[in-house]
Write a new protein. Structure first.
Length: 129
């Protein structure tokens, strides 16, 4: 992927960091954040992030636009969600997830840090009512 690819090129003014192999670029706006996450091929949350977060599952809600690639989301009750770009997504906290195929997944998210679930009116966990 060339550095001229706007989906992966550096974002001017962004707070840029690499966490568990995931390239994160975050720009604050108002009380929220625009966040681009580039998950490399082969990335799996439980393999690469769990040792960093020390939680059983990913406790983040993800709301955004999958602009490239494919991801597989797995919940502890056995439910599965798969997304292929282009796709809008909203994923409840409490999941494992991994990149499918051999290209990176580029996810553009909006979050409100600890307040994301309330702001979007999302369930606090994956469940069936
Ligand atoms: Zn379920």
């Amino acid at each position: 992927m060339s550095s001229h690819d706007p989906l992966t090129a550096p974002i001017p003014g962004a707070d840029s960091r690499l966490v568990g192999g995931v390239q994160l670029d975050i720009v604050r706006t108002g009380t929220g954040r625009i966040k681009r996450a580039i998950y490399p091929a082969g990335f799996r949350w439980s393999t690469h992030m769990k040792p960093i977060t020390h939680t059983e599952t990913c406790e983040h809600a993800h709301v955004g636009f999958l602009a490239r690639g494919r991801i597989h989301v797995h919940f502890p009750d056995g439910c599965v969600q798969e997304y292929e770009a282009p796709a809008a997504l909203a994923i409840e906290p409490g999941h494992d997830a991994w990149v499918m195929g051999d290209e990176p997944a580029v996810l553009i998210e909006v979050d409100f840090e600890g307040d994301t679930i309330a702001r979007f009116g999302l369930p606090t966990a994956h469940r069936h009512d």
